[in-house]
Design a protein around this ligand. Structure first.
Ligand code: SF4
Length: 231
């Protein structure tokens, strides 16, 4: 499992895939990576310390992901992230979070005062019915501006049966209106019953990808390892 990489396209940054106590939600129909977890906080800190030792600070920008939400990382790991970012001159830190933790974001920003925190929401789509009935994402809110409140960035998930050119275009334009940056993830085969839909993916690649491939505010992951971490 690769846990450190550098993202050299668009917004250049380092990225680390750390390990936490595990996603407390675990109901997203398309997700099986929440299995990267461990209940032993000391073992997590030992692993995370090794991964964070790779961080050089060369871009002044670090993305931290952990197969769940930042709030599932142990306190020692969070303290080490702060320490390393201070030592290496990193001013911007990206964390991911499920919507259910949104009320804890202001306190996290306080904990990381002195840094620019970019909180990335696992949104997948603004289409409420699809998101909640098919993807089972657990975001009850329907209003885009309210969903985005407290977050700076968002993940979108495309390539699943039921999605269309219009739904994907709408997600991207709303995403760019509500967030500073978005990350489009194309569904990849995994152990869940949610399968990639080749027709939807070809619509995306033919009609949407060319329009956004050079947009600095849109990361696009065709393979889920395109950031260089994961397996
Ligand atoms: S997508 Fe994120 S929130 Fe949903 S089950 Fe997977 S790790 Fe948990």
């Amino acid at each position: 499992m690769e846990r450190y990489s550098e993202i050299l396209k668009k917004r250049k940054r380092e990225i680390v895939l750390l390990r936490g106590s595990g996603c407390i939600y675990r109901k997203c129909a398309f997700c099986d990576y929440h299995t990267d977890k461990c209940a032993d906080l000391h073992a997590n800190f030992a692993l995370n310390s090794q991964v964070l030792a790779w961080v050089s600070g060369r871009f002044g920008d670090l993305e931290v992901i952990n197969s769940g939400s930042v709030f599932e990382l142990d306190a020692q790991t969070l303290a080490l992230i702060r320490q390393i970012c201070r030592e290496k001159g990193i001013s911007t830190i990206h964390f991911e979070s499920h919507y259910l933790y949104r009320d804890r974001i202001p306190a996290l920003r306080q904990e990381f005062s002195g840094f620019q925190l970019k909180m990335k929401l696992g949104l997948e789509t603004f289409d409420w019915a699809f998101r909640e009935h098919v993807l089972k994402k657990g975001i009850p809110e329907q209003e885009p501006a309210l969903i985005a409140r407290g977050f700076d960035e968002a993940n979108l998930l495309f390539g699943i049966r039921g999605q269309t050119f219009a739904s994907m275009e709408r997600d991207i334009s709303l995403g760019l209106a509500c967030f500073e940056r978005i990350c489009v993830n194309i569904m990849c085969p995994n152990t869940t019953p949610v399968k990639p839909d080749e027709h939807v993916i070809s619509v995306f690649m033919d009609k949407i990808y060319p329009k956004y491939k050079d947009d600095e505010r849109v990361d696009i992951l065709i393979q889920n390892t395109d950031f260089g971490v994961g397996d």
